[in-house]
Design a protein around this ligand. Structure first.
Ligand code: UGA
Length: 447
């Protein structure tokens, strides 16, 4: 099938590349010409495991193209995915300008039937606006269908999530649309593609659930999923607060809760809070959407509040160990909002660093992938070439992202390098007793 991807950001690039990997012909467009230049030169504007190899492979195979001309993407394609950015506005609303503009452009350049699929995360009922816009601006006599197909890709494992999803959700208005989307996803739902990343490709797990709903329900599934996951994280962080006050251990508590299959083990890691460009933004948007339809979603407001509180709590913990921060040096390990990505948008680490610097601390930092991006936002930080450099002469070491390489550090060496072996483990990576035995002053989260 021929597909156009409009908006080659994180979601668009992963989606387009993976569709080409399972055999479709995909043309990706972006209004940011620099991004297309980078992609056409064979590079990637973001870091995401496996993506570079797949882009290269599918371009070479003649199944994946990048263009600056929207018409070149839309014209030959039957299915058009809208993957443009939907950034937050000051009041928490979502800025849908790009969705509208791209809908008008699709209408303007189409000369044959198109199925327009919204993949960008949008408020419920955006689908009907897209439809109205296309019908209003499109040529008479050309048929269009509109559908919603929310994405559930986690940064850092997006390729894997695309190829092996828990479910595929489509919101449609008619049978024709459902059939096209079923065919498009058939290699994934039937697990018939050759998996480029796994040897044993979960073929024995049966078909991937393919959920067909109305467009509004599909749109809501996306916001409700992210809000629920954020709620789980704030819940466990609130329980961690109780653990700290009672001497219980959040690791044991999470494990004990998570074994109940109705609750599930994932997203029960207490830490410095959630970040990234999805949870904080989608939570706010869902609160606003609810407000607009007359419901005060106070539960989600509390989820946000608990998450904001994490930052102050970490800063207080550093101060509880170091007392005055002026003229103290803190070595920060991890800047990205989570491991396996270079994304620092709404990363808790950056917020914490800003607060520590405001109180006079000097920051040395290391992250395997995110330093280049962080440098633009926090030029005052001293960026180091490895974790050991970051803790040299430091009065404290603060772990903000659970990169695998931080799990296997040489702590004898670290202790020797630090001015004072004070370790704040913001992601509960280390065993407390081992750290105490090694002579560290150790503070974790919720234990
Ligand atoms: C999230 C969702 O997990 C995806 O399903 C969704 O498609 C995506 O948003 C999106 O809307 O585009 P992502 O933001 O990449 O994906 O990252 P997550 O793995 O969900 O983590 C989000 C934040 O929660 C991170 O800062 C992470 O450190 C934090 N987290 C996660 C915790 O603090 N504790 C946990 O137990 C899990």
């Amino acid at each position: 099938m021929k597909i156009a991807i409009l908006g080659t950001g994180y979601v668009g690039l992963v989606t387009g590349t993976c569709f080409s990997e399972i055999g479709h012909t995909v043309t990706c467009h972006d209004s940011d010409e620099t991004k297309i230049d980078i992609l056409q030169s064979g590079d990637l504007p973001i870091y995401e495991p496996h993506l570079h190899d797949l882009v290269r492979k599918n371009r070479d195979a003649g199944r994946l193209f990048f263009t600056k001309i929207l018409e070149d993407a839309v014209e030959p394609s039957e299915v058009i995915f809208i993957c443009v950015g939907t950034p937050p506005l000051e009041d928490g609303d979502v800025d849908l300008t790009s969705v509208e503009m791209v809908s008008r452009e699709i209408a303007r350049v189409s000369h044959s039937y198109k199925l327009v699929v919204e993949k960008s995360t949008v408020p419920v009922q955006t689908g009907s606006w897209v439809e109205k816009t296309i019908k209003l601006y499109g040529p008479k006599g050309i048929e269009f269908d509109v559908a919603s197909n929310p994405e559930f890709l986690r940064e850092g494992s997006a390729v894997e999530d695309f190829l092996h999803p828990d479910r595929i959700v489509i919101g449609v208005q008619n049978h024709r649309t459902e059939e096209i989307l079923r065919e498009l996803y058939a290699p994934i739902t039937g697990r018939t593609f050759n998996c480029p990343i796994h040897q044993d490709c979960r073929r024995d797990e049966g078909a991937v659930p393919f959920i067909v709903t109305s467009i509004s329900s599909a749109e809501l599934i996306k916001h409700a999923s992210n809000s629920f996951l954020a709620t789980k994280i704030s819940f466990i962080n609130a329980v961690a607060n109780i653990c700290e006050r009672t001497g219980a251990n959040i690791k044991d508590v999470s494990y004990g809760i998570g074994l109940d299959r109705r609750i599930g083990k994932s997203f029960l890691e207490a830490g410095i809070g959630f970040g990234g460009f999805c949870f904080p933004k989608d939570l706010q948007a869902f609160i606003r959407i609810s407000e607009k339809c007359g419901y005060d979603f106070r539960l989600l407001k509390e989820v946000e509040r608990v998450n904001h509180e994490r930052i102050s709590q970490v800063v207080e913990k550093v101060k509880s160990g170091l007392w005055i921060l002026r003229e103290k040096t803190i070595g920060v390990l991890g800047l990205a909002f989570k491991p396996n990505t270079d994304d620092i948008r709404f990363a808790p680490a950056l917020e914490i660093i800003k607060r520590l610097m405001k109180e006079g601390a000097s920051i040395r930092a290391y992250d395997p992938k995110a330093m280049e991006r962080a440098r633009t936002e926090l030029p005052e930080v001293l960026y180091c070439q490895d974790p050991y450099e970051a803790v040299r002469n430091a009065d404290a070491m603060l772990v903000c992202t659970e990169w695998n390489e931080f799990k296997e550090l040489n702590f004898e060496r670290i202790k020797g390098l630090m001015r004072r072996p004070f370790l704040l483990d913001g992601r509960n990576l280390y065993d407390r007793d081992t750290m105490l035995r090694l002579g560290f002053e150790y503070i974790g989260i919720g234990r």
